[in-house]
Design a protein around this ligand. Structure first.
Ligand code: CP3
Length: 343
């Protein structure tokens, strides 16, 4: 069956611009809280029934062209040996962050069927309830962003521990990223085996690196991961604050390059020579009034100028304060405006 999202990933023309939104299932939506109840976040991510429900609710309520498997970036690190907790109001925390050679050497890599079997069930449950014309996107963390959490132990402003390991112990850094790439590859292959039709690799924090350090310390690992995954489903590479790294990241040959709102979509797309781009509305626009949402969304569509291969999205995730009605209005607006635009 033809699918607007997958057609756009391949750079084929579509009857309207497909849209889905990073973190479309989340705390801004009352139905999310109903499904989660009092369940701790980590248990929620690993519960195939409730995770599938959260995925399907968000897709149905918003009317978006793709669903994203409900899960999180970090639970993959738990079976590797890291003790993970989601602290209410603060976010993820690792109780035993990686700081030494012994810590890295103790990390286990295991087939995803053993390490994270729940993800296969989540994907299958979603597919049994998803309309056939809607694509299902799987995801995982990219090597740098996962390493930054594993080493810092939590979100970070300056990445001091992470960058120190990278600069002072480059061989250890490579050993760590090798392990992460192997575990992520197995995790993503299991998602694809289970039926996801595209995969987004989240490199949310890679923008803290210089071009030179990205090329030297990260690109070889990102390339190895993409090469392991390539050819089965479209691969989307996502980062934020990484406009300066996009030309380098193209060397890893993603099928779709996600752009954040800091870069102009049209000029960047022409320069990168990539078949498809995703983005790039500032998610905070959704916290402003309806007129602003429409003006800013139209500006993104104008940048894309009807060129086949544009997937509308935000430059980062929806934040909890976002009014649900604005999100629905955005989806309707993008569908209507892009359908009217002469090809
Ligand atoms: O639309 C969806 O289905 C969203 C699924 C999803 C989650 N996390 C659920 C989640 C996705 C795609 C992610 C990716 C993720 N997780 C990223 C990359 C994207 C980005 O925002 O940059 C990162 C960096 C993480 C790590 C993470 N998980 C953080 C920093 C936090 C705390 C901050 C926050 O937004 O809550 C989480 C928790 C998290 N992940 C929640 C959800 C729904 C909140 C859990 C809760 O408290 O209910």
């Amino acid at each position: 069956m033809s699918n607007v999202f997958l057609d756009a990933c391949a750079g084929r023309p579509t009857p309207h611009t497909p849209i889905w939104l990073n973190r479309q299932a989340g705390r801004y939506m009352p139905e999310y809280h109903q499904v989660k109840g009092k369940l701790p976040s980590l248990d929620f991510f690993k519960d195939p029934e409730r995770a599938a429900q959260a995925t399907l609710d968000a897709q149905r309520i918003l009317g978006v062209d793709a669903a994203i498997m409900f899960a999180d970036l970090l639970p993959i690190l738990e079976p590797m040996g890291l003790q993970l907790e989601y602290v209410a109001g603060e976010g993820p925390l690792f109780h035993n962050p990686l700081r030494s050679e012994a810590d890295v050497d103790a990390l286990r890599v295991a087939p995803a069927e053993e390490a994270t079997p729940y993800i296969a069930d989540t994907v299958k449950n979603i597919l049994s309830g998803l309309p056939p014309e809607i694509a299902l996107i799987g995801f995982a963390g990219a090597p740098f962003t996962l390493a930054s959490y594993a080493i810092e132990g939590k979100g970070s402003r300056n990445y001091v521990f992470c960058k120190r390991m990278m600069y002072e112990q480059p061989e250890l850094w490579d050993r760590l990223l090798d392990k992460l790439v192997d575990q992520v590859a197995s995790y993503v292959q299991l998602q694809i085996d289970s039926g996801v039709q595209a995969v987004q690799l989240f490199d949310s924090w890679v923008g803290c690196l210089s071009v030179r350090d990205f090329d030297h310390y990260v690109l070889p690992h990102l390339t190895r991961l993409m090469d392991k995954l390539r050819g089965r489903v479209p691969l989307i590479y996502f980062g934020t604050g990484n406009g300066h790294l996009l030309d380098s990241a193209m060397k890893a040959s993603p099928d779709v390059m996600a752009l954040d709102w800091r870069v102009p979509l049209g000029a960047t797309w022409r320069r990168l020579e990539v078949g498809a781009v995703q983005g790039n509305l500032d998610p905070i626009v959704l916290c402003a009034d309806r007129a602003t949402v429409e003006t800013q969304a139209r500006a993104v569509l104008d940048e894309a100028a009807g060129r086949p291969g544009h997937i509308f999205n935000l430059g980062h995730g929806i934040i909890p304060e976002t009014p649900v009605d604005n999100v629905k209005a955005l989806v309707d607006f993008v569908h209507e405006q892009s359908a009217r635009r002469p090809a």
